[in-house]
Write a new protein. Sequence first.
Length: 418
Amino acid sequence: MTTGVTPATDPRSRVDGLGWVSRAVFPDDRVHLTLGGAVPDGQRAVARYAVVPSVPRARFLVPLGAPRAGAASLLAYNALRPPKVRVMRAALGGLARFGAAGLAPFPTLTVSVPVGAPVADLVLTERLAGALGGTPLLAACGVRPPDPNAKPTLQLFTVDGRPRGYAKIGWNDATRALVTAEAAALRALRAVTGVPDHPTPPGLLTETAWAGQAVAVIEPLPPDVRGVPVDDPPRIAALLAVARRGDAPGVSRPLASSTFLARLAAQAQRATGAAGARAVAAVDALARRHGDTTVEFGHWHGDWVPWNLGTHDGRLVAWDWEHSGPDVPVGFDLAHDAFQRSLVLRGEPAAVAAVAVDAWLGRHGGRLGLDAARCALVADAYLVEMWLRTWRLADAGAGWNPALHPALLDVIEKRHSE
């Protein structure tokens, strides 16, 4: 045992990504974190991580003590990653096969707890190992800049390197809501079996409240899953399967009398200030413009984009269901796909992304049963839904997405004035 550990060596005091992740994963101050091998008197080390590539530029926490698990944390699902990231992880995974010796150039983060303390009460990995059958687990974690809308995710592995699951951590109101919503969606999807063209979702392994956080453990993806190309055409049959979940096509209903419109109106009323007033006006304008138009309502994935989709054994796999929900106009996932490809992949502003939605619906909406009037309803309603999502996250502490606020409200108002 070594003394002399000071708060300055605890990464939780940092304001960067390493500090943010450390605070979320190790919130209990009885757990000591030290950069280096030092362990305070009266404590025992329970885990060590290589901080890659350095403390100031941390990107990964790679578990030490089990070389096969350390290597797997860098090599698993590498085919889903961009080429540059893939090459870097492959090189690091080769080093990790040699354990601490291979990762010796990188700083070490040591986790210790009081001698005799119940480790499962203090360290999330130990808690989850117990919930998943008692087999010892090691965790790896990506490090990114602090983001109130992001969830630290632990990749869980057995000592021999077998993927065991992904633990998503909801650490503030916004991310707790997202983790809870995804767990609920995955529970509901357990009943959706044998539906032709429905994408395969990962299973929910366990869900728990821990240290004021919401934690959901999602099963690993198939090891040979391959991502779909970012220019992949929309998979209309899969979108309809998600919307209908094996049921017959729903009866089209007027927007004006829908529970969907009532939900939008109620959420807009809860938004405060000038933005809230504008949101209320946007929902009112949506009702005036499209209230008499009928449309089919159903479920949606909520974040249907190429980077949340893959293929395995000829079947489509879809993950990240945290925005999933029922009772939205069929076509929302198609609209979201177009909007996010424009906004995220091409870096275009919200106004251009809205035009992309119109074009995508115009091109493919007919296969969803959408004529021109319904395409216009779906596009306008989706944009209002997206702004309200942006507001919900901001209201829960995630802050405003500058790409969507106030730009998306401006876009919505302009469309309704035309």
